[in-house]
Ligand binder design. Structure first.
Ligand code: AP5
Length: 592
């Protein structure tokens, strides 16, 4: 049986760096040069970006994430569950932006009603609420995209890709959208929308018996119902959509904009209009490449994300390349922003790439610091006052000391390059962990690797701090809140159950971990990734004949998968929810 361990790797190529065995860095604020162990962070590389952040209260639409080149027409992909409103919004987008609307559902329905060979093949799949085979749909879409009007006016792709294989087909043809829009609507609303939907076969308009009835009796009389709009079939379509959504999103993660589709259609369109107008404007004015997300230095990461299709490769190569680091900073940042914009306030980021796993001798404190700076600056860029908090030294007498991986970090944070816009001391402040750190001006808090240390339990301080923060977001970066017994008992006023309950109250907004065979750290078997608000994605790492590697999506999970679930997915077994972890599994689950 395949046994998978989730510990991170240690590689022979690694630059050895362990905070507890290394000397405190010598800091020189004027030159920002660091002696070992931080010497890999040159003054320049400590700036993370080739340019400094321009601190401003952003007027741009939040979360606009695009990548495009000048003088090309818009290329838009719109996705979402059945009846999320794709067709309805496409009508409005076409009216305003004149793009060529390519809806695979409409193309297939036209084939069915014309009784063509394709239509006859597609019919049974559609009527059963299943996906039509990839090769049929892909041939239709690529043929349509290659027509001159799509090239001249730009395109709006609706309902394609609908599977990872379809997304890959486009990637292989180098067909990428400028923006990937996902309409988000709760399941219970979708069923009603489908069952009440009616189509006008004459003008192609979409109506709803209750929400958007037609104006005239004449139109009403000719409306038709889609064969796949029964409750049962909608449920099956929805299930299929969910099974595929994460894998497709991972292909377009860097271009994804999620829109709340459960609002009046005009309101939804207002958001889309603003996104697309901004994108169009940017295409017309920016000289080379436009990436609007936080004036991003991360465009390199984004372009590679396409190449990597979800997970960067060569993760066993330490130190990680700047591209890989930027990829992860960007991935974490987007997830965190989505969670905060969604109103979540108690969040945790758990990123266990080899460089960020303190249990391994390839751990690099600078990578953690860069990640923290990236997140803090981005929120500050949106006008938020961010307090970056590092746990202070703890304990008394022989038990005094810094928790693992935090030695010297506060100093590093203070001396890091926070840009030329005066962010440090205004929009960014450095603090510690505890209720007294929370002042009225703070909008949010980023806590760097809070952890329990022998003799101390951070939970009480943390709890006091979150109580004081109230509804303001508190984000824990790589926390280690296991309930360690404190030998001195200092500050452990809360009972064990309460401590565990409190530690669990932080919601995961980002999770990444590599998977290995049990007891090994090589080769990488796969990876688990979760970015808010999406499911946990399980990937298998595959060696290609060319000597390269890639990560192939295996499955998705709404909750973090157990070791048994991962194992079953790797060997292709159906899910068995009742199975209990035992023996080696119990141990691994504990690690996991
Ligand atoms: P397709 O036609 O693409 O169906 P779908 O993705 O299931 O989406 P729908 O058309 O049902 O919904 P929609 O999001 O466009 O919503 P709409 O605007 O109409 O595909 C059909 C089938 O073809 C698939 O099941 C599959 O078999 C096959 N197929 C297609 N593409 C394929 C591919 N790539 N690969 C394989 N097979 C493929 O709105 C729905 C209703 O809600 C309407 O009544 C509308 O009036 C109402 N409404 C819309 N917006 C709002 C709002 N804001 N508030 C209230 N009501 C609203």
């Amino acid at each position: 049986m395949l046994a998978i361990s989730s510990s991170s790797c240690s590689c022979s190529t690694a630059t050895s760096l362990h905070p507890l065995t290394s000397a405190t860095p010598s800091l020189n604020p004027s030159s920002l040069s660091f002696s070992s162990p931080y010497s890999y962070l040159s003054p320049l590389s400590f700036r993370l970006h080739s340019k400094t952040h321009h601190l401003k209260i952003s007027q741009k639409p939040k979360g606009l994430r695009v990548s495009c080149s000048k003088n090309e027409p818009l290329k838009v992909m719109i996705s979402g569950a059945p009846a999320s409103g794709k067709g309805t919004q496409c009508e409005l987008i076409v009216q305003k932006f004149g793009l060529v609307h390519i809806s695979t559902g409409d193309l297939l329905r036209a084939e069915v009603s014309s009784g063509t060979e394709i239509g006859n093949k597609a019919k049974e799949f559609m009527n059963a609420g299943r996906l039509v085979p990839d090769e049929i749909v892909t041939a239709m879409v690529t043929a349509r995209l290659s027509r001159p009007d799509a090239k001249e006016k730009g395109w709006l792709l609706d309902g394609y890709p609908r599977s990872f294989a379809q997304a890959q087909s486009l990637e292989e043809l180098n067909i990428r959208p400028d923006i990937y829009i996902v309409l988000d609507v709760p399941d219970e609303i979708l069923i009603d929308r489908c069952v009440g939907r009616r189509l006008d076969p004459v003008n192609g308009k979409i109506y709803h018996l209750k929400s958007f009835p037609p104006d005239s009796e004449e139109i009403k009389a000719r409306l038709v119902t889609r064969a796949d709009d029964t409750e049962e079939k909608v449920k099956s379509r929805l299930e299929i959509y969910k099974q595929n959504a994460a894998a497709i999103s991972s292909t377009y993660n860097s271009l994804m904009n999620k829109i709340d589709g459960n609002r009046p259609k005009e309101t939804v369109f207002k958001d889309l209009d603003s996104l697309l107008s901004q994108l169009q404007k940017d295409k017309a004015t920016k000289p080379v490449k436009a990436v609007l997300q936080s004036e991003s230095h991360l465009d390199q990461a984004s372009s590679n994300q396409g190449k990597w299709r979800g997970i960067p490769t060569r993760l066993n190569n330490i130190p990680h390349s700047r591209e890989i680091r930027n990829y992860f900073y960007d991935d974490v940042l987007q997830a965190t922003q989505r969670a905060v914009n969604d109103g979540r306030t108690r969040l945790k980021v758990e990123i266990n790439i080899p460089e960020l796993n303190p249990e391994m001798d390839v751990y690099r404190i600078g990578t953690l610091m860069e990640l923290v700076r990236e997140i803090a600056l981005s929120f500050a860029d949106d006008g938020k006052r961010v307090k970056v908090c590092v746990q202070g030294s703890m304990g008394q007498g022989a038990l005094a000391g810094m928790p693992l991986q935090l030695a010297g970090t506060r100093k590093i944070l203070e001396f890091m390059d926070w840009g030329n816009d005066g962010a440090m001391g205004t929009f960014i402040n450095i603090g510690s962990i505890g209720a007294k750190e929370v002042v009225e001006e703070d909008d949010m808090f980023i806590l760097v690797a809070p952890q329990n240390a022998v003799g101390n339990c951070i939970i009480d301080d943390l709890k006091a701090m979150t109580d004081a923060a109230g509804k303001r977001p508190v984000i824990l970066i790589n926390p280690r809140l296991k309930d360690l017994p404190g030998s001195s008992g200092i500050m452990q006023t809360m009972g064990r159950d309460k401590r565990l309950e409190y530690a669990a109250s932080f919601e995961s907004c980002y999770f990444f971990r590599l998977l290995y065979y049990a007891g090994t750290q090589y080769p990488i078997m796969g990876a688990i990734r979760m970015t808010f608000p999406y499911s946990y994605e399980l990937y298998r790492r595959v060696d290609e004949a060319s000597g390269k590697e890639k990560y192939v999506p295996l499955s998705t999970f709404t909750e973090r998968p157990t070791i048994d679930e991962i194992n079953d997915a790797f060997i292709g077994k159906p899910r068995n929810k009742d199975k209990k972890a035992s023996g080696i599994w119990a141990f691994l689950s504990g690690v996991f």
